[in-house]
Design a protein around this ligand. Structure first.
Ligand code: DCS
Length: 406
């Protein structure tokens, strides 16, 4: 039973009417970016048509309207993630920006020999900034290993965690495998050792409504483009006490209180971390995306996507030679697979000819591919606007590709 009118939902997404190579588009690359409903498109057009203006500075009406809408969007993001204060919500250009902001800020908090803990399941955006940090500070990067099922080895996590650990950073959901990590358990254990935790929520936010106060997480980052919003805007949630400890990430307008050539004082939160003219329209459209997804309901989205995941997994495993990577019981609707003897890139290229959009390759998670000893995978990732009929088309296309390539 589908918890909402799927055909009505699909009408919200103009792009789903597209044809690709003469076939109806079957979009199954939602882990890369989600599609955009008319409600979000309308919010973008409305902004540029009716009240585009710079914010926080002008006294004229347009500027006030734009400022009010932008700050209302911040409040929507605060409510969605259940942050205690709206000034704990920093608008960023996306997950990568949010992680870099925190990692570079920790350069002033770490000393030689301090340890930072990453997981083997991370996206490059949650590995490279931390490697840059260790290079700057002489701190030591340690890695929580993964297992064949695509889960974290928690015994090793507890072994690696120590009083030297200053911060743990892990994704809530693996973009390459779909694994949902036990972040509640990790946060509790890290806090007992006095370590902070950053959770990369890029892949979780479209499927799971994270409550940052209930999680007691120190930093949580996500991108709007993964949850029906535009690209170029995202959120860094930080506990007030942590955001006050971090130095500004970029200098410029907006992030100051007073500037003289002798000394500059910085603005309070959130503006301290929002230098320059922000993505005003993006922030407002992000708010519209949250309104849209919450109108459907994350419980309904999760229940339906679970149906799609189970259906797609069952049908895919009927094809001889298929191996699925990431078989944790706790997964979002991502299926990463290969077919024995066939390169993932060839499968992706052929099924694209049939209108099927999936991603092939290492998915910015090369350590995971190295662990499995593979060049990459085919990754099909479903969203609440996909259907089982589309999955049937996807399965048929994979079968045809296999026949052609075997
Ligand atoms: C777990 C995870 N972390 C960080 C990022 C980086 O997000 P931004 O690009 O918005 O800064 C992504 C993007 N996911 C990639 C993007 O394309 N396909 C993916 O799986 C991700 O999935």
């Amino acid at each position: 039973k589908i918890p909402f009118e799927i055909e009505e939902i699909r009408k919200d997404f103009p792009i789903l009417k597209r044809e690709v190579n003469g076939h109806p588009l079957v979009y199954m690359d939602n882990a890369a970016t989600s599609q955009t409903p008319q409600q979000v498109i309308d919010a973008i057009v409305d902004y540029y048509s009716n009240y585009n203006s710079n914010i926080h500075r002008g006294v004229h009406t347009l500027s006030q309207e734009a400022t009010d809408k932008y700050e209302a969007a911040r409040k929507k993001v605060q409510d969605h993630f259940n942050a205690a204060h709206s000034y704990e919500i920093i608008f960023t250009s996306g997950t990568t920006h949010g992680i870099n902001l925190v990692a570079s800020g920790f350069a002033s908090l770490l000393k030689e020999g301090d340890e930072i803990l990453v997981s083997a399941l991370e996206h490059h955006s949650n590995i490279v900034p931390w490697q840059m940090l260790t290079a700057k500070t002489g701190s030591i990067l340690k890695v929580i290993p993964m297992n064949q099922d695509g889960e974290l080895v928690m015994e090793d996590f507890y072994r690696l965690l120590s009083n030297k650990t200053r911060i743990v950073f892990i994704n809530h959901v693996s973009n390459a495998l779909g694994t949902v990590n036990p972040i509640e358990e990790i946060i509790k254990a890290a806090h007992e050792k006095g370590a902070a935790v950053l959770v990369d929520g890029a892949q979780a936010a479209p499927h799971i409504k994270a409550d940052v106060q209930a999680l007691d997480v120190d930093f949580y980052v996500a991108s709007a483009h993964k949850m029906c919003g535009p690209t170029g805007v995202g959120v860094l949630y930080g506990k007030e006490e942590w955001l006050k400890k971090l130095p500004p990430y970029q200098g410029g307008g907006e992030m100051i209180a007073t500037v003289t050539f002798e000394k500059t004082t910085y603005a309070d939160l959130p503006h301290k971390f929002e230098a320059g003219t922000p993505n005003i329209c993006g922030g407002i459209a992000f708010g519209a995306a949250l309104d849209y997804m919450n109108s459907i309901g994350f419980d309904n989205i999760a229940a339906y996507e679970k149906q799609l995941l189970d259906y797609g997994t069952e049908k895919l495993l009927e094809i001889p030679g298929v191996r699925i990577y990431g078989i944790s019981r706790k997964k979002t609707a991502v299926i990463s697979f290969n077919i024995e003897g066939i390169h993932p890139y060839d499968i992706g290229t052929i099924i694209d000819k049939l209108g099927i959009a999936v991603r092939t390759g290492h998915h910015c998670a090369q350590p995971i591919m190295d662990y499995y000893g593979i060049p990459g995978t085919v990754r099909a990732s479903f969203s609440f606007y996909n259907t089982t009929e589309e999955i049937d088309k996807f399965i048929e296309a994979v079968k045809r590709a296999k026949t052609m390539l075997s």
